[in-house]
Write a protein that binds this ligand. Structure first.
Ligand code: ATP
Ligand code: MG
Ligand code: MG
Length: 313
């Protein structure tokens, strides 16, 4: 089974306005809708769209938690969340007609208490088995510090689950200590990690990626937005993947659909480079479509033909 863990779940409330938003004015809402907020829940949506069985886990609040479960159900995603007294956070996405992009307004989320934390450790201990996949995407909410985050990853590790981690900052540093099967930092997250910014030559990344392999991380997948990705693998081969050229409509969630595609590929025939190739097509389709989650099957077939892969090492 594939388990996706979103520790700081969210519901997106997407609010549409007919005119440009202005201060000191009555901005009239045209309509609004709810959608699943990002990170590992979006990985689940991609998996379900590909017909791959998976369970979305993590924490929800008593308030609005049911709504998140309903929204996931609409995408055929099964969920088994730990429920805590409190409100599942909402992210307000304000979309007007200005063409200047949307406003994103987010809540912090409730503080996970000791009881809920121990429940999720118990869940991992009870459910995960050797050969399962555990995907941790997105940072943890208040109440889970680096030490607690590490213990969660370790619990999955001790069950011999294949660990995929997509997080940043101090939590990325912590995750690396648990030597995941794969980490997927984006350019900014990786450059923050190596304390170097504005790298334009791909070769500059390679020694840092190799150092991560030395430290025990099995595979490093560095995503570079429209410039594609770099993959350093357990066998020490390093590749650059070039995505299709597309018209970008909405790149939020590109990383989640990318991770979803990779997990799907690994669950399929298990070839990582092939998995990254199909993930590249899936995430490009997501970015070209403007949906907050999901992709277009026919487009993915077309995009697959345009992807170029170069062996760097
Ligand atoms: P997120 O905002 O979801 O956290 P991210 O910043 O972690 O995303 P990106 O590096 O932006 O992730 O994108 C992940 C992958 O999606 C890229 O490696 C690439 O393959 C694909 N992708 C993103 N943007 C584009 C684009 N404009 N054109 C084609 N492919 C894209
Ligand atoms: Mg990005
Ligand atoms: Mg990301």
């Amino acid at each position: 089974m594939i388990y996706t863990f979103t520790l700081n779940t969210a519901i997106d409330r997407i609010i549409y306005f007919e005119e440009e938003l202005e201060r000191k004015k009555n901005n009239k809402i045209s309509h609004y809708l709810y959608d699943v907020g990002g990170k590992a829940t979006h990985v689940s949506i991609i998996l379900s769209q590909l017909g791959i069985d998976n369970i979305a886990a993590g924490f929800i609040g008593t308030e609005k938690g049911g709504l998140l479960k309903e929204l996931l159900k609409e995408y055929n995603v099964k969920s088994e969340f730990i429920v805590q007294e409190g409100k599942t956070r909402e992210s307000f996405v304000l979309v007007d007609n200005s063409g200047k992009g949307s406003f994103m307004i987010t809540e912090k989320g409730f503080t996970v208490n000791e009881e809920s934390y121990e429940k999720i450790i118990g869940y991992i201990n009870e459910k995960l088995k050797k050969g399962d996949v555990a995907v941790f995407a997105g940072g943890p909410p208040p109440g889970i510090d680096e030490e607690k985050y590490r213990r969660l990853l370790r619990a999955a590790n001790e069950k011999d689950a294949k660990l995929f981690v997509d997080c940043s900052g101090k939590f990325l540093k912590t995750a690396i200590l648990e030597t995941p099967f794969l980490i997927k930092p984006n350019k900014d997250e990786f450059e923050e990690f190596i304390s170097k910014s504005g790298i334009s030559d791909e070769n500059e990344y390679i020694p840092y990626m190799e150092k991560l392999l030395d430290s025990g991380v099995k595979n490093v997948l560095l995503s570079l937005g429209k410039d594609g990705s770099m993959l350093a693998m357990e066998n020490r081969e390093v590749y650059r993947v070039y995505p299709p050229k597309i018209k970008e409509i909405n790149d939020t969630g590109a990383g989640d659909s990318f991770v979803g595609g990779v997990v799907a590929g690994i669950a399929g025939n298990g070839d990582l480079l092939e998995a990254v190739k199909s993930a590249t097509a899936i995430s490009a389709s997501k970015v070209a479509s403007g949906m907050s989650s999901g992709f277009n099957n026919e487009e993915v077939e077309e995009f697959l033909k345009e992807i170029k892969i170069k062996k760097l090492k």
